[in-house]
Design a protein around this ligand. Structure first.
Ligand SMILES: NC(=O)c1ccc[n+]([C@@H]2O[C@H](COP(=O)([O-])OP(=O)(O)OC[C@H]3O[C@@H](n4cnc5c(N)ncnc54)[C@H](OP(=O)(O)O)[C@@H]3O)[C@@H](O)[C@H]2O)c1
Length: 236
């Protein structure tokens, strides 16, 4: 029977050095999981592991590089739960074709490589993360939204093809994480407050809000193929 705790579970968080991923790592470690955080920057990983405390392993991995993902999983024992939160915003303004392809590598093809390369213990799960723009694209980011929408569709197909491994996708709305740090601090605060005021709950999400949902995807043994919108009611 699938266990309803994360105690001793082997959890890999790709994108774990910041934001949603770090929060997942923190919640999982607090539940006595054996956590590995992966992302591009060894320094950021070390800092995140230090903030989480305990015995958090780290691995440098760039999800734009499919070969690196294949090599990483070739050397790994099976995991219980894998989470993919890695992603960064493209530069502002119209996207070049090069940036579009880079975003597709980081967000879509990364998930394909993980699904093909990773091995899971019984009761295992893969959780992907996209964003509410995949359901209601704002003007100006059509390709980025479509890449995320393709990930939503991919996760439902993978839920069939990888069963009994469970595959789910969490679709957050705007949330206050370091993703927004590219903006000047005052502008960042004002923008997030303005977005939050327009939501039924009166605020944007936090990394912890999203992490709680990701942990629920790991733990619910009947949950697969689900696309979970977590946007503070923005889409009502
Ligand atoms: N925050 C929001 O408002 C929001 C809303 C909806 C959707 N999302 C999406 O949710 C995901 C996570 O967002 P977040 O808010 O947690 O962002 P974040 O705080 O900026 O964290 C992003 C994480 O991804 C890692 N990363 C970026 N590019 C990578 C790559 N090529 N290979 C491996 N790791 C990579 C970063 O670490 P390194 O720099 O060390 O690589 C970092 O750990 C992103 O895809 C974002 O687009 C965010």
């Amino acid at each position: 029977m699938a266990t309803l705790t994360l105690e001793n579970a082997k959890v890999l968080v790709i994108g774990g050095s910041s934001g949603f991923g770090e929060a997942v790592g923190r919640h999982a470690a607090a539940a006595d999981a054996r956590v590995t955080l992966a992302s591009r920057s060894a320094d950021k990983l070390r800092a995140a592991a230090g903030r989480i405390g305990g015995q958090c392993a780290t691995a440098v991995l760039d999800v734009r590089d499919g070969g690196a993902i294949d090599n990483f999983f070739a050397g790994q024992e099976p995991f219980d739960h894998i989470v993919l939160t890695a992603g960064q915003l493209p530069p502002p303004g119209p996207l070049s074709l090069e940036h579009m392809k880079e975003q597709a590598d980081a967000r879509f093809w990364s998930a394909v490589h993980i699904a093909r390369g990773a091995r899971f213990n019984p009761g295992g799960s893969l959780t992907l993360v996209t964003g509410s723009a995949t359901l209601r694209p704002p003007k100006g980011i059509a390709v980025l939204s479509a890449i995320g929408a393709a990930v939503n569709a991919l996760s439902r197909g993978l839920a069939l093809e990888m069963a009994p491994v469970r595959v789910n996708t969490v679709i957050p709305g705007p949330a206050d994480t370091p993703l927004w740090d590219g903006m000047p601090p005052e502008q960042r605060t004002a923008r997030l407050e303005q977005i939050g005021k327009g939501l039924p709950l009166g605020r944007v999400g936090t990394a912890d809000d999203v992490a709680r949902q990701i942990i629920a995807c790991m733990l619910n043994p009947f949950m697969t193929g689900s696309l979970v919108v977590l946007d503070g009611g923005a889409s009502i």
